[in-house]
Design a protein around this ligand. Sequence first.
Ligand code: EPU
Length: 348
Amino acid sequence: MKIQENVVLAPLTTLQVGGPARYLVEAASEDDVREAVGFAQAKGLPLFVLGGGSNLVVADSGWPGLVLKIAIGGIRRRAEGGTVLFDAGAGVDWDEFVVEAVVGNCAGVECLSGIPGSVGGTPVQNVGAYGQEVSETIASVRALDLKEGRVVVLPEEACGFHYRSSIFNSTERGRYIILRVTYRLTLDGTPSLKYADLQKHFTASGGPPSLAQVRAAVRQIRQSKGMLIVSGDADCRSAGSFFKNPVLGEAQFSGLASRAQSRGLKIPSYPALDAQRKVSAAWLVEHSGFAKGLTLGAAGISHKHALALINTGRASAADIVRLKERIQQDVETTWGIALEPEPVFVGF
Ligand code: EPU
């Protein structure tokens, strides 16, 4: 196990802000993970587990303890009934995993193409896009349980999956270090086409698209929204969606609708949002005075999507937080809705 000291974390995240970790260990195996945890415990250091760094805001002061970068690799595939189980190391790049599935003609994750980050991060926030969520395909999660000091395998039902949430980022936050994830995919399955953007993409074509065509379409749509990492493009120096789409109760929803009506506006309504009574956070942001492309210091809003806060080049974490707070205040004042951030805040 190689222990590095005072490693700047900004380059390990897609938003590219944040100070140094006191210690950093890259764990390529389960033994490495155990050893690193032992090191942190012996020294009384706070532990932070880093995956792909795509959903993080790291404080300018960095992290005072140990950052454990999970680099466990390997994808194993086995058939079971009409399905195929893919068991992937938590450190596998998520999009490389999607490629394996699509090339192997297995359906279930094709709409999750082009999402930055690693396999181990996907159960934590129940990653979802274009009508798919990983909770639909995760069979089990293998993790080191820090409370019990042993490796456990949690079946899907034990993970408590909801919109952008699981036990890993709520009730049991900090308890488990995810080591591997098993996904159950469907061999020769048909691609999922639930999302309007995606359906629109294929209206002109004749028969149903292949998994590979859906993958390509999703990547194209993501790129048009600045949600695909393209090196050198400031619009994707972000943590993806910075706020969750608020899920409203009946009374709150009608209150919002009447506020919109009094301004001559109509809140967007789509099956994908309506089914869960969600409203578009991007729309709320844009209609509270934050246009795409707006900047505040070195922080800004993507030119392509109002929900992506970006680092225009030399932003600090404080710049990002200032813009986040300004948006939250103004959305609350204008619409009476408290936007909840989606990324994980580290060292604040
Ligand atoms: N909209 C705006 N302004 C914008 C962008 C969108 O007003 O700049 C409105 C439009 O009415 C648009 C609607 O919001 O039709 C929905 O936009 P979009 O389809 O881009 O989806 P989203 O709700 O903003 C969610 C996820 C994304 C995921 C997409 C596609 C959340 C917080 N975000 O975004 O996930 O890729 O749907 O399924 O649930 C992420 O979590 O980091 C992420 C990128």
